[in-house]
Structure formats: structure tokens, C-alpha cells
Design a binder for this molecule. Structure first.
Ligand code: LLP
Length: 421
């Protein structure tokens, strides 16, 4: 459920008409709904109720400061994967003891910054990383709390580019090797083992891979405890999918996901952490764009819009489907017709949808890409010297620009010339 609905024939974000925002900031733009972010966070809270837990929002999905502050105010922790994300989380007021640090390539500098500023735990992904972390911690005279991310060799049944839990992926330590790695960790003075971490992929639409992975984590917990390790925290990653196409079967609900956690790990007396990103942010945002031209091609028609692959890369990169709706509600009985919806960038890959059934939309009118709140703005680039598009946050009947569109002059002036030019 989200808060992007038609009211009086016009698309609204909560109680604000999209046309009002467009008149103020111009298209294209992202718009987010505070109530939807809050609702999705609450749904996870309810799913884990009764278990000792912390929801660490995977801020890679959408790291705008206004988004982070909205979630932090509800008690969210953060899952970060870079120094930039760590410092953003801190700037949003999240305390270090609610920040977990994931990622396969943490650098010495990133470790130093997080150990100095405070960290709940590092999710360690390799032996060399663990050895470096030990060294950095000893240098600083502190102890680094860690989990080891194990790779359970489970097929997440998602798009190959976002599956992470198979042995061929670069992530984690093979679960069969875990006991040896924990033994090495126990001998390191700068390292304190606090638990186990697992994350098998993103946009999962089936709970079975989770069940399989979490059963393996339960077995490993018992083995590691028998080896003398104090396993008290389980980080179960993120990845729960969202309904990108409302016409298809909906993915499992967070409540059912919570039930899988309860059944597989509920009696281990561990603190549970999860790292959802997409399910919190995805349907909390839309991308609004204007039609520049209706172009008749040979055998197919095109809607050329003012947003492009540099603003929302998911269709080009993962063949992702986003529902697309007109901002003016189509009249009842209007027959949709197939069109290709494309951006202005000079690549054929700059295609948002092929042969999508759409009601007629005139030049100058707006359409909206749904489910664009996660992995939208954060993956944007300035390709073709197109400025990053503004982000707007709505709360009830108010809206605010939470990242402004840079001017072309600002973009030009970011470059510096060598003295010989
Ligand atoms: N934890 C870890 C360690 C992750 O690598 C990820 C996502 C998450 C949590 C959050 O997963 P989520 O709940 O958002 O599925 N750009 C791609 C998605 C990449 C996901 C990368 N890791 C897309 O647009 O589909």
C-alpha cells in the first residue's frame, strides 16, 4: 500500500497534487511520501514484535537525509556500505551503536572512521578484511565488534545481478569454512565476535530461500556455540521483494517473513537484525516526467519523455518493470494502446517500457513511474550532462524540496581546467 492515489481525477502524493509540485520544481522529479515510509517501517516492526530486534534500514536504497531522518525518528538503525553512507547516517542523528557496516571492500580509512565514530558491528566478508580490521582496531586501542557474513549457497531465485547467496557470488565466506574463520577471529585481540550475518539477495518473491538460509544459520549458531563463541546477534540481511507490477501476484508480506524468522531462529535467544531497503523505500516514491513528444514510428508508437535512463536506470540495467500511470486520471472506458516509453538519451537502452498499454497522453502532459523510491535517485548519473533531478518529500498537505536540481552552471563549474588550457 502507498499514498500515491487519484483524487478528483488527478494523481496526488498524500494530500498534495502532483501538478502543484510540478508547477513549483519542473519535471522530471522524484517525490516521496512520508506516510508510506513510516508505514513500511512499522510493518517490519510489527512482523518482528516480541523478538529482541533492530531494523537497520539498508540506506543504499535511498539515502536522502530527509528519508534517513524520517526513519531515524522511528527508531531505525542503518545498514551502511561506505564511509559516505556512514557519515550520512551519523549526520541524520543515528548513533553509532545502531549502525552496521556491510560490504566486501571496506577500506582501512572506512574502518578507522567507523571505529572512531562508533559502530554496532562490522559484517566481515573475508579473512583479509578481518585481519585488516584487527590491525586498525589495535592501532586505535579499541575492539571491533563483528559478525561474519556467511554465504549459505542458496538460490534466491531473483535477477542474477542482485542474487548474492550462491557460492559463485563474491559475497561472504562459504558457510563450510565458517568455523575456521570464527576460530581465527577468537584469537584476535582487536576483534570481538558478536554474531552471524547472512544476506542472500534482493527482490526476493519467495520465502523458501530465506527459510533454507536461516535454517543453515541456526545450525551454524549451535556449532559455533559448541566451539565456545558467544553468538548473541543474527543479522539476517534484507531483500524482501515488492510488487512492481500490480497486475502480478504480490510477493510475501513482511508478517509472513517474520514468521519464517520466528520458526527458524526464534528459540535461539539471539537479537535479530534485518536490513530491508527496497520494501521500505520502493513504493514510497514515484518519478514524475512530462511527455515531450508522441512520435509515430513504423509499426510502433513512442512516448518520448523528459526523464531518461540516467534518472532511473533500473529498466535499462535489470530489465525491470515499473508500473507507469498518467498524472491525469484516465476517463472510464478509455481503451489503452501499446507504446514504447523512452527517454531522450542517445542509446536504444534508454527505454523504460516496450509496447506498454497506455491511455493516450498528450505532449506536455505528465506520467509517473511507480515504485521508484528505492534504487532510483541513488543510482542516477549526469550522463548526457543532464542535471540530477530534484527530490521532493510530501507530508500530509505539505511538500518540500529535499534535494534541488543543480543548475547547468554549477555542473560546468565543478570541472577544473589544467593550466595549459
Ligand atoms: N543488505 C545487504 C548486505 C545488501 O547487499 C542489500 C542490497 C540489502 C541489505 C538491501 O536489500 P533490499 O532489501 O533493498 O532488497 N540496485 C538493485 C538492488 C541492489 C541491492 C544490493 N544489495 C535494484 O535496483 O534492484
Amino acid at each position: 500500500m502507498d499514498h500515491f492515489l487519484y483524487k478528483n481525477g488527478a494523481l496526488h502524493a498524500e494530500d498534495v497534487a502532483i501538478s502543484e509540485i510540478a508547477a513549483s520544481v519542473g519535471t522530471p522529479f522524484y517525490v516521496y511520501s512520508t506516510a508510506t515510509f513510516q508505514r513500511h517501517f512499522k510493518v517490519f516492526e510489527e512482523a518482528l514484535a516480541g523478538m529482541d530486534h533492530l531494523i537497520c534500514y539498508a540506506m543504499k536504497a535511498n539515502s536522502n537525509m530527509a528519508v534517513l531522518k524520517t526513519l531515524a525518528a522511528m527508531g531505525a538503525g542503518m545498514d551502511v556500505v561506505s564511509m559516505g553512507e556512514y557519515l550520512r547516517a551519523k549526520a541524520a542523528g543515528v548513533s553509532g551503536d545502531k549502525i552496521v557496516f556491510s560490504g566486501v571492500g571496506k577500506t582501512r580509512e572506512e574502518m578507522r572512521v567507523a571505529l572512531t565514530g562508533g559502530i554496532r558491528q562490522f559484517n566481515v566478508e573475508s579473512e583479509p578484511e578481518m585481519r585488516l580490521l584487527n590491525e586498525v582496531a589495535l592501532d586505535l586501542g579499541v575492539v571491533a565488534p563483528i559478525t561474519v557474513r556467511v554465504n549459505p549457497d542458496v538460490d534466491a531465485k531473483t535477477h542474477a545481478k542482485i542474487a548474492t547467496g550462491k557460492s559463485e557470488n563474491k559475497f561472504g565466506i562459504p558457510i563450510a569454512k565458517a568455523r575456521a574463520v570464527y576460530a581465527e577471529a577468537a584469537a584476535m585481540e582487536g576483534i570481538e565476535v558478536v554474531g552471524i550475518d547472512v544476506h542472500i539477495g534482493s527482490q526476493l518473491t519467495d520465502l523458501e530461500p530465506y527459510r533454507l538460509a536461516y535454517q543453515k544459520v541456526a545450525e551454524l549458531t549451535a556449532e559455533l556455540r559448541a566451539d565456545g563463541h558467544n553468538i548473541r546477534r543474527l543479522d539476517l540481511g534484507g531483500g524482501l521483494g515488492i510488487p512492481y507490477a500490480r497486475s502480478n501476484e504480490a510477493p510475501p508480506l513482511p508478517m509472513d517473513y517474520g514468521q519464517v524468522i520466528r520458526e527458524t531462529l526464534g528459540d535461539l535467544e539471539c537479537e535479530i537484525e534485518i536490513e530491508p531497503g527496497r520494501l521500505i523505500a520502493g513504493n514510497s516514491g514515484i518519478l514524475v516526467t512530462s511527455v515531450i513528444y508522441n512520435k509515430e514510428g513504423e509499426g510502433r508508437d513512442f512516448l518520448i519523455v523528459d526523464a531518461a535512463m540516467n534518472d532511473l536506470i533500473r529498466p535499462a540495467m535489470y530489465e525491470a518493470h515499473h508500473d507507469i500511470i498518467p498524472v491525469i486520471e484516465p476517463a472510464l472506458g478509455v481503451e489503452p494502446a501499446p507504446v514504447d516509453i523512452v527517454g531522450p538519451v542517445c542509446e536504444s537502452g534508454d527505454t523504460f517500457a516496450k509496447q506498454r498499454d497506455m491511455p493516450a497522453v498528450q505532449d506536455g502532459e505528465m506520467i509517473a513511474f511507480r515504485s521508484a523510491g528505492a534504487y532510483g535517485a541513488v543510482m542516477a548519473s549526469e550522463y548526457n550532462s543532464r542535471p540530477l533531478i530534484p527530490e521532493v518529500m510530501v507530508k500530509d498537505d505539505q511538500f518540500a524540496v529535499i534535494r534541488a536540481r543543480p543548475t547547468i552552471d554549477e555542473m560546468i563549474n565543478r570541472d577544473t581546467l589544467p593550466e595549459w588550457l
